[in-house]
Write a protein that binds this ligand. Structure first.
Ligand code: 13P
Length: 250
């Protein structure tokens, strides 16, 4: 089954309104170069609506970086899926390692967020990945297996067909240390088999993105791997030319 490449930019906690304007304008100016690749940008909440408005009618889609599972209520600092849909936003990153490390995100809360996103018609980009010490002790597969099994617990095959998975080895995020194409492919193939065991043939259509110091210089080799279907880009998504360089590698 052929899978359309997806290049998603995770701005994380970056870009003031003025900085976002410069980046959005830079991407819009080059949007006509985008062909055959799904492109998503995920700004912080302060510039989500602005980005959604600016990219309307262009090939660039917009995503959020988190979503709460409740419809509304006393959850200070959170946003609901229906709030994101209203903007409108189409994608949402769930379970990023920074949320797991610094904000107490667990596989259980990832699961609740994924279900809420799907129920609202948002496409979850579900992140998994091991810490350096887990890789060094040979636990990578066990770690990502639990993250997938618990994070996607209770999903039907139809649900699973709507998600995107991102493999982001934590030791490669923001460090300049990229997983080699072979190291990444090995985990992506493991994830694909795992998804096949859980959801059957739809696993062949699920995009599995790689994230962790992807840049124009290494994107092509990573994206050439059989089970690497795109990238989730942090630092290099903050400069229009770098992000476009990765998009054009896809
Ligand atoms: P970097 O591309 O900055 O390593 O970040 C990757 C990431 O965490 C994307 O979600």
């Amino acid at each position: 089954m052929s899978r359309k490449t997806m290049i998603a930019g995770n701005w994380k906690m970056n870009n003031t309104v003025a900085e976002a304007r410069e980046l959005v304008e830079g991407l819009k100016a080059r949007a006509s170069e985008i062909a055959g690749v799904d492109v998503v940008v995920c700004p912080p909440v302060t510039t989500l609506a602005y980005a959604a408005e600016q990219f309307a009618g262009t090939p660039v889609k917009v995503g959020a970086q988190n979503v709460h599972w409740a419809e509304s209520g006393a959850y200070t600092g959170e946003v609901s899926a229906s709030m994101l849909k209203e903007i409108p936003v189409e994608y949402v990153i769930i379970g990023h390692s920074e949320r797991r490390q610094y904000f107490g995100e667990t596989d259980g809360t990832v699961n609740q967020r994924v279900k809420a996103a799907l129920a609202a018609g948002l496409t979850p980009i579900v992140c998994v990945g091991e810490l350096l010490e887990q890789r060094e002790t040979g636990e990578t597969e066990a770690v990502v297996k639990t993250q997938v099994e618990v994070g996607l617990d209770g999903l039907t095959a139809d649900d699973a067909a709507k998600i995107v998975v991102a493999y982001e080895p934590v030791w490669a995020i923001g460090t300049g240390l990229t997983a080699s194409p072979e190291q990444a492919q090995e985990v992506h193939a493991f994830l694909r088999n795992l998804l096949r065991g859980l959801f059957g043939a739809v696993a062949d259509g699920i995009r599995i993105l790689y994230g962790g110091s992807m840049k124009p210089a290494n994107a092509k080799d990573l994206l050439a791997q059989a089970d690497i279907d795109g990238g989730l880009i942090g630092g290099a998504s903050l400069k229009a030319d770098d992000f476009m360089g990765i998009i054009l590698s896809g």
